[in-house]
Design a protein around this ligand. Structure first.
Ligand code: GCW
Length: 649
């Protein structure tokens, strides 16, 4: 390994392409990137970048009426042709050819048009410039330090950032926000006197078609500008932001825009001035509009200081209650960035009702690749199937559009850092890759995407390795769910760092995260009839489906209902027996995955194999801890013995 892992772009992935004769037509910086990629592959594999004469592959910028990121690919008469209307599309076309491997030069097929379904496919980095005393450098980061920042400033050596940009382009990601949405004092200044550091990063990402975005604090006019207010309707404040945007664009001409976490978990926002979130977002959209930028305004607004005794406040309702009434009020340059579920990236949540309730708002769906609540990159948890379920959900039922169709943009909190394997757990690379490909095509089959990832990461993998990787990854999210959170209950984690079990870890906290287990039953009543009314935030058919415990899907039962332990699920099992069984099954599955991985030792590069093997030890230990704590807790609460008489402590 040359300092860091090649992930899904090992040199061998360029073998078929690099052995051929390629003609490249077009000019501009991204065509330059394409040319460099092909030239490098040819140097290694004996092919040639030709200027004329015969060729096997034509990569051509033409005026073919294609959109900015689109490309076509065809193969006729022994020649493969990729066309695009600019360098960006051509770069995506090149990586398409890489993905096809030898197949790109075999047989023939008519012209196919490839275009992304979403305009923006972004990674948000929760990276701090300075190391934060509690959160460390990367908030919820499980892959070492930041790729961008080191020792309080932008890195001097950008080799790693360049390699990152390349990996992102190869899976279709076109935007990165380079700092944490919780904007601390040092990071606030990236907007003003430290914009040069952002510009340096943008320069490195630009050749891969990745635009740079910045998280900013809503209080910037006060904390940086010395104004007495940050009121979004105050002319001096609006002018301050307009001037700030001008400075940013002078340094970064293709700057993507701002990301804002306002009135959320202590961050400042428009509520301080009695203004709405549309007022706040629109002010920033107005500042960015003359330059073509957008503001990503996060919908993660809720009361994080609630009284656990108060059963009427329901955190799950918060985003909808705050934002749905504002539909139609957001400016064209404002994107509302909505977490995929109503709570906070738990292992299982329903899809956020906000996504079906704001047809006149530009929506981005936010998912979490960094595994805060899904094993922190010590456990294998491939999130493709979860994201795919979210994107396939149809808020108005079968005849209506899917979330993937409603979302104009997809955003993931990145799971990458300066760890040699990028993601701490090497298999977590699959999450990053899968996110990019699902963002490009939300209706893609995640298991096919995983095949692609395997094909690229392990070129010419024998069938035993391909099968082994599928065996370890395919069901890993459900395995994780089995030993952790039953039936849609969340937050049974240790408080603060969120790793490992603590059934009551958040039960009496101010964060709005309760399961209400007592001796008789468990779950949150979110029905309209007797509960918090959250179920009514959905349109039919879902409001009806979720309203009744009889029709609510098993996996979400305790999210929507408080039921007795003896309640019989549609699976035929009681809730308590389900809790016991799934814990035992989850541990058995984790142990099996560990065995499968051990059996691949001869097929995977030793350092790679060893890192995963080491993580599996921790995963199995952790899974047993989850099983024993959760089962013991519920045995003690309910007094109901396990029907199979297994050991519960
Ligand atoms: O999941 C929670 C995390 C916070 C995070 C917040 C958010 C960046 O625990 O660390 O803050 O969500 O999404 O803003």
């Amino acid at each position: 390994m040359n300092g860091f892992d090649t992930a899904w772009l090992p040199p061998e992935a360029f073998g078929p392409l690099g052995a051929r004769r390629t003609l490249i037509r077009g000019s501009g910086p991204l065509v330059g990137t394409v040319r460099d990629e092909v030239a490098r592959a040819c140097e290694r594999f004996g092919g040639e970048v030709v200027r004329d004469g015969s060729y096997d592959l034509l990569l051509e910028v033409t005026d073919g009426g294609l959109g900015a990121e689109e490309f076509t690919c065809a193969r006729e008469g022994g020649t493969t042709t990729v066309t695009a209307s600019n360098g960006h599309g051509l770069l995506y076309g090149l990586f398409h050819v890489v993905r096809l491997g030898a197949q790109a030069f075999t047989g023939g097929w008519p012209r196919e048009v490839h275009r992304p379904a979403t305009e923006l496919r972004m990674l948000d980095h929760w990276d701090n410039v300075a190391v934060h005393p509690v959160m460390g450098q990367v908030e919820r980061g499980y892959a070492g330090g930041s790729l961008f920042w080191r020792e309080g400033r932008a890195r001097e050596d950008f080799a790693r950032v360049r390699a990152y940009g390349r990996l992102l382009a190869a899976c279709g990601i076109n935007a990165v926000c380079v700092n944490n949405v919780n904007v601390h004092a040092v990071e606030a200044r990236l907007l003003t006197d430290r914009i040069g550091e952002v510009a340096a990063i943008a320069d490195v990402l630009r050749p891969y078609g990745v635009r740079t975005h910045l998280a900013v604090t809503f209080a910037a006019p006060v904390v940086l500008g010395g104004l007495s207010t940050a009121d979004p309707l105050e002319p001096a404040v609006r002018e301050w932001w307009a001037a700030a945007a001008r400075t940013v664009y002078a340094a970064v001409p293709d700057f993507g825009g701002f990301v804002v976490k306002a009135d959320s978990e202590g961050q400042p926002g428009p509520f301080t001035y009695g203004r709405s979130h549309a007022d706040g977002a629109n002010m920033l959209a107005a500042a960015l509009a003359p330059h073509g930028g957008t503001v990503h305004w996060r919908a993660f607004v809720y009361d994080h200081r609630q009284d656990w005794r108060d059963r009427t406040t329901d955190r799950a309702r918060a985003a909808y209650d705050h934002f749905a009434p504002l539909d139609g009020e957001f400016a064209a340059g404002a994107v509302l960035q909505v977490k995929h579920g109503p709570m906070d990236f738990q292992v299982r949540e329903p899809v956020s009702p906000v996504l079906g309730a704001m047809p006149r708002t530009r929506l981005a769906v936010e998912v979490q690749a960094t595994q805060e609540y899904t094993g922190q990159q010590r456990h294998v948890c491939w999130l493709g199937p979860m994201w795919s379920e979210v994107l396939g959900f149809r808020p108005e039922g079968e005849s209506g559009p899917s979330v993937g169709e409603l979302a104009r943009e997809l955003v993931a909190v990145s799971n990458a850092g300066d760890d040699p394997f990028w993601t701490g757990h090497p298999l977590a690379q699959a999450n990053l890759y899968t996110f990019g490909r699902l963002a490009w095509r939300p209706d893609a089959d995640p298991y096919r995407v995983l095949d692609e990832w395997i094909g690229l990461t392990f070129p010419s993998a024998p069938a035993r390795l391909v099968e082994g990787l599928h065996a370890v990854l395919d069901g890993s999210w459900r395995t994780y769910e089995k030993y952790t959170a039953p039936l849609g209950v969340g937050f049974m984690v240790q408080s603060g760092h969120h790793y490992g079990p603590s059934v009551d870890g958040y039960e009496y906290s101010p964060w709005g995260t309760y399961h209400f287990a007592d001796r008789d039953g468990i779950g949150v009543d979110r029905s309209a009839a007797t509960g918090t009314g959250y179920a009514a935030q959905y349109a039919e058919p879902w409001s009806g489906v979720y309203e009744s415990a009889g029709t609510c899907p098993d996996e979400l039962l305790l999210f929507f209902h408080h039921v007795p332990y003896g309640h019989v699920l549609s699976s035929g099992r009681t809730v308590i027996q389900h809790i016991y069984d799934t814990r035992f099954d989850g541990v058995a599955e984790a142990e099996k995955a560990r065995r499968v991985w051990a059996g691949l030792v001869d097929l995977v590069e030793p350092a790679w194999h060893a890192r995963v093997a080491e993580r599996f030890e921790e995963q199995v230990r952790g899974a047993r801890e989850w099983r024993d704590q959760v089962n013991s807790y519920f045995l003690r609460k309910s007094g109901v013995p396990d029907a199979h008489g297994r050991l519960i402590h």
